[in-house]
Design a binder for this molecule. Structure first.
Ligand SMILES: [Cu+2]
Length: 467
């Protein structure tokens, strides 16, 4: 039925009335400021300037987005835009993010708050923001095409809802998702309980788990990669670029982690038994918690664990998939353990005029010590030094530093742990010889083992000739 001018006016008038009743739209003629952050390092926690008191979170290699009050609405402004992110000193990536960084700033508010979030799109393509785990009206859920029109380049959209539950959530686009998340678009969203004594901790850390595929020597992630990522990151940083977690002895500590990469990560912390206290579905009842040292964080999920920092020290904190504690180039290296490469070395050195050095015959630790030359803008595969030498790590690895006497809210790196005398593993030196190990009878080799041994023998002999 063709719409007459009269019915058109009537229906549009009605729509205008209901919208203005909902949120007093005239009040936001001026957009709130959209602060940006130029540093990739952890910024001090942002204590609330209005509303109920709470212990603010600190974001590893990140920051919290300031807000303004407009009546009883808490107003935030996110700007989706291209950013340059330092992945670790010596490597920068050209990503997409929010307000100058990838991930975007952490949003913090309190259960019961009315939040209004302005999202401006400065990307070359449309976007939206989905508020992962948040309970809200369907039309605020941010799924492009399903619950809202896309936010075109240059446009600003407004999301508003009353926050129902405290907990840890995330935000990310639900538009051209594979590309926009592979480019680094995501952020953390923490909601504190209205009663500030509930779930109270002294230190509250948050970060997102993400991954990139950046060809060594280049700057832009390959956006079609499905599983073979080569930079395993926490908040778009890799070891040794990930902030240490400075913790005061005796503090109750919470670490919140959300996984927006494309595989699960078993996150492990040394020195402690912790319990998982929160997921993106809410707080875990105390009766349902059990002790852990590793917690698998599935894709598209969030886990928070808590512990009381009784034991001072430098405690490794990392993903337990060992190829996730490596940087780029870790996947195309062949296995040479037990292979005598001297003949190859001589041949290639003659061809290229010297200097060729095959590696890996005895393992790959030598690579962590050498800091081999690599293309520009490329991190060593294994790197980083501690007080006792090379750490041979990369990717998802950092250190929880528990120290006596730190000031509250002091998250600065306290340096390496000064171990009390007699508490560090040491080299066995002079002294009585240890008893000889008892020889155990080994089974005779099976038929196929013997075949393999025979096949190997000529190769072994050839190798010996070069002694
Ligand atoms: Cu992992």
């Amino acid at each position: 039925m063709p719409m007459s001018r009269r019915t058109f006016l009537a229906s549009s008038g009605l729509a205008a009335v209901s919208i203005s009743q909902l949120s007093g739209r005239a009040a936001f003629a001026a957009l709130p400021e959209a602060p940006t952050q130029s540093s990739p390092l952890m910024q001090p926690p942002l204590a609330p300037a209005s509303g109920p008191e709470y212990q603010p979170v600190v974001t590893l290699n990140g920051w919290t987005l300031p807000w303004r009050m407009n009546g009883d609405w808490k107003e935030f402004h996110l700007v989706a835009e291209p950013v340059v992110r330092e992945i670790a000193p010596g490597m920068r990536a050209h990503l997409w993010g929010y307000n100058g960084q990838s991930p975007g700033p952490t949003i913090e508010c309190v259960e019961g708050d009315k939040v209004r979030i302005f999202v401006t799109n400065k990307l070359p393509e449309h976007t939206t923001i989905h508020w992962h785990g948040m309970l809200l009206p369907s039309g605020m859920d941010g799924v492009g095409g399903l619950t809202q029109p896309h936010i075109g380049p240059g446009k600003t959209f407004v999301y508003e809802w009353q926050v129902k539950k405290s907990g840890t959530f995330m935000y990310h686009p639900h538009a051209d998702e594979m590309v926009q998340m592979a480019m680094g678009m995501m952020g953390s969203f923490v909601v504190h309980p209205r009663d500030s004594k509930l779930h109270r901790v002294d230190r509250d850390f948050v970060f997102l788990i993400n991954a990139f595929d950046i060809t060594p020597g280049s700057y832009v992630p390959r956006i079609n990669t499905m599983l073979e990522f080569n930079l395993w990151a926490w908040n778009s940083r890799v070891f040794p670029g990930i902030d240490h977690l400075a913790v005061r002895k005796g503090d109750r500590v919470r670490v919140r982690m959300g996984n927006l990469s494309m595989t699960a990560h078993p996150i492990h912390m040394h020195g402690y038994h912790f319990s998982v206290t929160c997921t993106d579905g809410g707080w875990v009842p105390e009766s349902a918690r059990w002790p852990e040292t590793t917690i698998d964080v599935p894709v598209g999920a969030m886990r928070a664990f808590e512990f009381v920092a009784e034991e001072p020290g430098d405690w490794a904190f990392h993903c337990h998939k060992s190829h996730h504690t490596m940087n780029a180039m870790g996947h195309d290296v062949r296995t040479y353990i037990g292979v005598d490469q001297r003949a190859i070395r001589e041949m290639i050195s003659r061809l290229v005029g010297g200097g060729y050095m095959p590696m890996g015959s005895a393992g790959m630790a030598e690579m962590g010590e050498m800091e081999m030359a690599a293309p520009d803008n490329t991190l060593p595969m294994m790197t980083g030094f501690g007080q006792f030498g090379a750490m041979e790590m990369g990717g998802m690895f950092t250190v929880v530093k528990v120290r006596e006497g730190l000031a509250a809210n002091d998250y600065r790196d306290p340096g390496w742990y000064r171990h009390p005398a007699g508490t560090v593993a040491f080299e066995y030196a002079a002294g009585p010889s240890p008893p000889a190990p008892t020889q155990r009878r080994t089974a005779a080799p099976r038929a196929d083992d013997r075949v393999e041994l025979r096949a190997l023998r000529p190769a072994l002999k050839r190798g010996h000739r070069h002694h």
